[in-house]
Design a protein around this ligand. Structure first.
Ligand code: PLP
Length: 389
């Protein structure tokens, strides 16, 4: 596609299509072959090599969305994260990870690195000074997540990217919560951008996928080890992800707007104790978020006032669904203590600031008035039943 077309919705809709040369259909055909010719061909294609026609085309869309030279698509967000990490780390190396992280990534670090002789440590906060303090002579990779799951902490991407460059380290970011609509870390100097495409990229709670975007050189390094680990995505799902991405710009912008309104509503609610959302002026890192984000995202977390039981409140919701995942067009809630961060010890959760009553709210595209009505009726039911602790 002409490189002068830069609009997010134009990229979402048009970049990285497989052209239907034969029938001139409006959408990409799916190439389901798991076996391709090996003689008299430019490229030897195989699904685990990440280079079927659909995989290759979708990688171009992801790269364009993340302002990257290249990209790869994986079978899940954790496949993308683990394959990227293992491509750059070897025995004797050290990786420095941000303290506030998605529970699965934290679990990967604490259960896997030791087996491979890889040293790891977590920061004690998310300022650049917190990272600087913990860099060691054998540090290879710095890993951040902003906004973080589930507390929406904000890390200064440019500061961490500069620090990493000064020390010759590779910087990686989990950009899942922001999506490429709200944040493009490569523009701030981050080397490698990771996504659980299960979330905003998929957007309909029906796909499990992951993505990595970076320079051609870094993607080649990741590719070389990923063809050994084998975490590529099936072409059927690649096609579904391509279709989902066409509306990502529209979906995420609607979710940004709704989340901002819901955060403001909850922040002033008498039954709410705390709201975590980078779009609120009261968020401690609102200014950094403003500098590096195009929108503040569709995710927020909140705590109800002491005495109101979060799990009972969630049971009373009629429209907003309790759900393990996030970022679908439908609004959902979950308790990180029972789901995304359940594999962490109570002490480690406490270190991150994740309380048992913390509710993570993935705001969908419904009308805000209906979401407010649902929350009000759920709280009213609790009070009428006096299900308080
Ligand atoms: N990163 C973040 C921020 C997540 O929330 C998740 C899943 O919830 C992942 C990564 C892992 O993604 P997946 O479940 O697609 O492997």
């Amino acid at each position: 596609m002409n490189k002068s077309f830069k609009g997010i919705n134009t990229i979402c809709t048009h970049v990285g299509e497989v052209k239907d040369e034969q029938f001139k259909g409006a959408v990409s055909p799916i190439y389901m072959s798991s076996s391709y010719a090996f003689e008299e061909v430019d490229v030897k294609r195989y699904p685990r090599y990440f280079n079927t026609p659909n995989q290759e085309a979708l990688s171009k869309k992801i790269a364009a969305l993340e302002h990257a030279e290249s990209a790869l698509i994986f079978g899940s967000g954790m496949a993308a994260i683990s394959h990227a990490l293992m491509a750059f780390l070897k025995a004797g190396d050290h990786i420095l990870l941000q303290q506030t992280l998605y529970g699965g990534t934290y679990n990967f670090a604490v259960t896997q690195f030791e087996k491979y002789g890889i040293e790891y440590s977590f920061t004690e906060g998310w300022t650049v000074e917190d990272f600087e303090k913990k860099i060691k002579p054998n540090t290879k990779v710095v890993y951040i997540e902003t906004p973080s799951n589930p507390l929406l902490t904000i890390t200064d991407m440019e500061a961490v990217a500069n620090l990493s460059k000064q020390h010759g380290l590779i910087s990686m970011i989990d950009n899942t919560f922001a999506s490429p609509v709200n944040q493009n870390p490569i523009d701030f100097g981050i080397d490698i951008v990771l996504h659980s495409a299960t979330k905003y990229m998929g957007g309909h709670s029906d796909i499990c996928a992951g993505a990595v975007a970076a320079s051609k050189e870094h993607i080649h390094t990741i590719w070389e080890s990923s063809i050994c680990f084998g975490g590529s995505l099936s072409d059927q799902t690649v096609w579904l992800l391509e279709r989902s991405l066409k509306t990502m710009g529209l979906r995420v912008k609607a979710q940004n707007e709704n989340a901002q309104k819901m955060a403001e509503f909850l922040a002033y609610h008498q039954d709410v104790d705390a709201v975590y959302y980078p779009g609120l002026g009261s968020h401690p890192d609102h200014e950094i978020a403003k500098k590096q984000m195009n929108g503040f995202g569709g995710m927020l977390s909140f705590e109800l006032k002491e005495g109101i039981k979060a799990s009972e409140f969630m049971k009373n919701l009629q429209l907003i669904k309790p759900s393990m995942s996030l970022a679908g067009v439908e609004s959902t809630v979950l308790l990180p203590v029972l789901t995304s961060h359940s594999l962490m010890s109570t002490e480690d959760r406490a270190k991150q600031g994740i309380k048992d009553g913390l509710i993570r709210f993935s705001v969908g595209i419904e009308e805000v008035e209906d979401l407010i009505t649902d929350i009000e009726q759920a709280l009213a039911q609790l009070k009428s039943k006096k299900v308080l602790v």
